[in-house]
Design a binder for this molecule. Structure first.
Ligand SMILES: NC(=O)C1=CN([C@@H]2O[C@H](COP(=O)(O)OP(=O)(O)OC[C@H]3O[C@@H](n4cnc5c(N)ncnc54)[C@H](OP(=O)(O)O)[C@@H]3O)[C@@H](O)[C@H]2O)C=CC1
Ligand SMILES: O=C(O)CCC(=O)C(=O)O
Ligand SMILES: [Mn+2]
Length: 408
C-alpha cells in the first residue's frame, strides 16, 4: 500500500518512562509504515526540560497553538523528590499546566468502549464524558509556607493605581497558604464548549462545583454557565430534549454513580482530572479513555488520560514482560491524525486514523487484553497479552482494515 500523504505536520511532544516507550512503538509500528508522517517535534522528557530550563515546554505549547494540532506523550511532573533524585535545577511546573495554559480551552475525556468490557459500575449503560476546564485554579496558583504568628493578606494592585489590601488569616501555628486564579473569558469559553459538545453529542449536561462553600470563586463559574445557558442555549437544549443542570459536586458524584449515563459532566480543572480517572476506571480502565483538548485559535491537543506508568517502566528496565494497555496513547495519535486529515481535507488520513482506532477495539474484542481489563471482560476465553504482542495484533487488524478501506 502506498503511504498516506500528510499536507501539514502535527506537533509532537515526546515524554517520559513507559509512556515514551509505547509512544515510540506506536509511531514506528502503527503510524510510519502507513503514513508519510510529518511532525514538528519537541522533546518534553524531564531531562530536556531541565536542560532548557523548561523553555522547550513553552515553545511546544505555542507551536501547537500556531500549527493547530498537537499530540503529547505523558511526562513526569517534577516534585521535590524527583528534583533531588535527578539533580534537576528546579521543581519545574507541570508541563501539562504550561501547555494547557497557552492553548486554554476544554479537555474532553471520553471512555473508549468495547462490547466485551462491562463497566464496573453496573448502572452505566451509556457514555459519561468528562469536560475539564484546562486553565487555571491550582494549576495557576501561588503557594507558600507561612510561619506561626504571621498574618496573611492579599493585595490587589488595580490598573488605575489604587491598592486594596484584603486581610485573610492569622496563623496561630505554622501552616501553608495558596492563592489561585481564573479568568471570566476562559470560564465562558469552557462553558460554551460544554454546551456545544453536549448538543453535538446529544448528552445531558451537568456542571458541578461547590459554590455553597466557595461562595465567590466557584459561584463565578456557576453564574457564567447559567448566564450563557439562559442567553444562548436554553432553547437548543429544549428542542433536543436535553437538560442542563448545575449540581453541587458531592451530590453530582453520588447521582452519577447511580445514573444510566448519557451525560457530559463538566468540572473545574482539578476535579475534572480526578473524576475523569474515576469515570475511566468505572468504564473499564484508566487506559480506556481518550483525551482531547479543544483550545484557542482552533488548536487541538491530544494525549493519553493516564501518566508515565513508572511501575511498568521498572518492569521494562529490568527485562520483565510488561502489560501496558496502549488504547489511550493510540487514540491520542489517531485522533490527532484524524483532526489533521479533516483540517487539511485529506480523507485518506481520516480513514487511516479511524481504522487505527477500530483496530484497537478489534484486538480487545477478539480476546487479547491486558490485565487492567480482566475483571470486567465478559468473553469466556481471553488471553492476557504482552505490550509488544498487543501492538503486533493491533497492526494485523489495522492492515486488514486498511486493505478493505483502500481496495473498495
Ligand atoms: N498527561 C500527563 O503527562 C500525565 C503525567 N502524569 C505523571 O506520570 C507519572 C506517574 O503518575 P502515576 O500517578 O503513577 O499515574 P499513571 O497513570 O502513570 O499510573 C498509575 C497506575 O495506573 C495503571 N495504568 C496507567 N496507565 C496504564 C496503562 N496504559 N496500562 C495499564 N495500566 C495502566 C498502572 O497500575 P498498576 O501499577 O496497577 O499496573 C499504573 O501504575 C507522574 O510523574 C505524574 O506526574 C500523570 C498523569 C498524566
Ligand atoms: O499535569 C500533571 O501533573 C498531571 C496531569 C494529569 O494528571 C492529567 O492530565 O490527567
Ligand atoms: Mn490525571
Amino acid at each position: 500500500m502506498k503511504k498516506i500523504e500528510m499536507k501539514n505536520p502535527v506537533v509532537e511532544l515526546t515524554g517520559d518512562e513507559m509512556a515514551a516507550v509505547i509512544w515510540t512503538m506506536i509511531r514506528e509500528d502503527l503510524v510510519k509504515p502507513y503514513v508519510e508522517l510529518k511532525t514538528e517535534t519537541y522533546d518534553l522528557s524531564m531531562m530536556n526540560r531541565d536542560k532548557t530550563e523548561d523553555a522547550v515546554t513553552t515553545e511546544a505549547g505555542w507551536a501547537i497553538r500556531k500549527n493547530g494540532v498537537g499530540i503529547k506523550c505523558a511526562t513526569i511532573t517534577v516534585n521535590r523528590e524527583k528534583m533531588e533524585r535527578y539533580g534537576l535545577k528546579a521543581i519545574y511546573r507541570s508541563p501539562n499546566a504550561t501547555v494547557r495554559e497557552i492553548i486554554d480551552g476544554t479537555i474532553i475525556r471520553r471512555p473508549v468502549v468495547s462490547p466485551y468490557v462491562k463497566p464496573l459500575v453496573t448502572s452505566w449503560v451509556s457514555p459519561i464524558v468528562v469536560a475539564r476546564h484546562s486553565f487555571g485554579d491550582i494549576y495557576k496558583s501561588f503557594s507558600r509556607v507561612v510561619p506561626e504568628g504571621a498574618k496573611v493578606s492579599l493585595m490587589v494592585d488595580h490598573a488605575d493605581g489604587h491598592q486594596e489590601v484584603l486581610p485573610f488569616e492569622y496563623f496561630p501555628g505554622d501552616g501553608v497558604v495558596m492563592v489561585q486564579m481564573n479568568l471570566d473569558d476562559s470560564i465562558r469559553r469552557f462553558a460554551d464548549d460544554c454546551f456545544r459538545y453536549a448538543l453535538d453529542e446529544h448528552l445531558n449536561l451537568i456542571f458541578s462545583t461547590k459554590d455553597t462553600v466557595s461562595k465567590t470563586y466557584d459561584a463565578r463559574f456557576k453564574e457564567i454557565f447559567q448566564e450563557l445557558y439562559e442567553s444562548t442555549y436554553a432553547q437548543d437544549f429544549k428542542d433536543k430534549n436535553l437538560t442542563y443542570r448545575y449540581m453541587l459536586i458531592d451530590a453530582a458524584s453520588s447521582m452519577i454513580v447511580r445514573s444510566p449515563g448519557n451525560l457530559l459532566w463538566a468540572c473545574k480543572n482539578y476535579e475534572g482530572d480526578v473524576l475523569g480517572d474515576l469515570i475511566a476506571s468505572g468504564f473499564g480502565s484508566s487506559a480506556m479513555m481518550s483525551s482531547e483538548l479543544y483550545g484557542m485559535d482552533n488548536s487541538y491537543e491530544y494525549e493519553a488520560s493516564h501518566g508515565t506508568m513508572p511501575d511498568l517502566y521498572q518492569d521494562h528496565l529490568s527485562g520483565k514482560p510488561t502489560y501496558v494497555n496502549p488504547t489511550s496513547l493510540i487514540y491520542a495519535w489517531a485522533n490527532a491524525l484524524e483532526k489533521r486529515g479533516n483540517l487539511d481535507a485529506t480523507p485518506d488520513l481520516v480513514t487511516y486514523a479511524q481504522a487505527l482506532k477500530s483496530a484497537v477495539i478489534d484486538t480487545v474484542d477478539e480476546g487479547h487484553i491486558t490485565p487492567d481489563l480482566k475483571r470486567q471482560y465478559t468473553r469466556e476465553t481471553y488471553e492476557i497479552t504482552r505490550t509488544e504482542d498487543m501492538i503486533a495484533l493491533i497492526r494485523q487488524h489495522l492492515e486488514t482494515r486498511l486493505k478493505k478501506a483502500f481496495s473498495a
